[in-house]
Design a protein around this ligand. Structure first.
Ligand SMILES: [Zn+2]
Length: 119
């Protein structure tokens, strides 16, 4: 049994649900993302809880991977909602070959590098 608290689960349609958005008890209609067992929501709708709201396996043992699978479920749900991802700045230098220009051309021709910067 894991010491981690399960606060994410899948509903019967496979959609990730956070503990505070479901009904209390078996009315949460959720299953464990790890083992597929039915879950009951504890303190999901209790505003004055003493023990943190969480999902508990109903008539099934919690396996070692259940809590980890719940964390992955949460991570996948969060990634779905991201519309922008800020990355550290970088500089890329790309060599660009330009076509050679005949000597007798009036243009001077061009050879060089393209520098792409992002900050
Ligand atoms: Zn489980």
């Amino acid at each position: 049994m894991s010491n981690a608290t399960i606060v994410w689960a899948n509903d019967l349609n496979g959609v990730a649900r956070y503990i505070l958005e479901v009904q209390t008890g078996l009315d949460c209609n959720c299953v464990c993302p790890g083992c597929g067992a039915r879950l009951e929501a504890v303190n999901a709708q209790n505003r004055y809880w003493k023990k943190r709201p969480h999902f508990r396996h109903y008539q099934a043992p919690e396996l070692d991977d259940c809590a980890a699978s719940a964390v992955l479920t949460a991570a996948k749900e969060i990634v779905k909602t991201i519309t922008e991802l800020k990355l550290p700045s970088f500089e890329a230098i790309q060599e660009v070959e330009t076509p050679s220009v005949p000597e007798d051309s009036s243009s001077s021709g061009c050879h060089g590098k393209a520098v792409i910067e992002s900050h």
